[in-house]
Write a protein that binds this ligand. Sequence first.
Ligand SMILES: Nc1ncnc2c1ncn2[C@@H]1O[C@H](COP(=O)(O)OP(=O)(O)O)[C@@H](O)[C@H]1O
Ligand SMILES: [Mg+2]
Length: 225
Amino acid sequence: MPSDRVSSVPSAHDATMRGKFITLEGIDGAGKSSHVRWLGDFLRAHGGHNVLLTREPGGTPLGEKLRASLLSEAMHPETEALLMFAVRREHVAAVIAPALAQGVWVVCDRFSDASFAYQGGGKGVDRRRLQALENWVHGEGASQSCTPDLTLLFDVPCEVARQRIVLAGRPLDRFEQEDAQFHDRVRHAYLDQARRHPERFHVVNGELSLAEVRAKLVHILADLT
Ligand SMILES: Nc1ncnc2c1ncn2[C@@H]1O[C@H](COP(=O)(O)OP(=O)(O)O)[C@@H](O)[C@H]1O
Ligand SMILES: [Mg+2]
């Protein structure tokens, strides 16, 4: 994990209260990464929180190594699902759970909903299998579970996302190289996740300008801070 993604060590005043866990989701090009740093700065400035920024797949030294394989090597969809959740288990155990327990707020660029969207919706892995893996990896009990407190789903039509990625001009990873139908299935699986978990999902129209999206985020975060 790049060192600049992690904020300073938590201060003592946060030690008693569990931090909040915020995840960013959406298809490639939806705008997640464009808001991660801003979100961290906003939560520090307006909430006075210690904030840790992280991402998936990855987030730990082992996870970042496996990320390179996951984004480049062909594999069976269930292998992909198992590896994603294995990387996530390490991320939860080594980074996310300890940070939350110390009162740090954690902002993660993709998390388990991405597995339901990509490996489930995109590749057809049985949702019950994904659900079993999620139950295992998130842990038990309201106070211990690493199910997000808030999930921001950036929703954009696939053509808009594609145009942005092409404009950005960087090489495409294995998922970004999939066809329009794949990305459409992923988008709709994300929207299905949002319908199943209305208590934590906020769907944000990612077609708005960056400034307009941020104004929406400020509004949503007001409920949490
Ligand atoms: N709301 C927006 N309006 C216009 N361009 C955007 C917007 N959000 C992101 N972009 C651009 O789209 C590209 C993909 O954004 P990014 O944040 O990397 O998406 P993601 O992390 O969801 O794949 C970037 O070049 C970014 O500058
Ligand atoms: Mg990104």
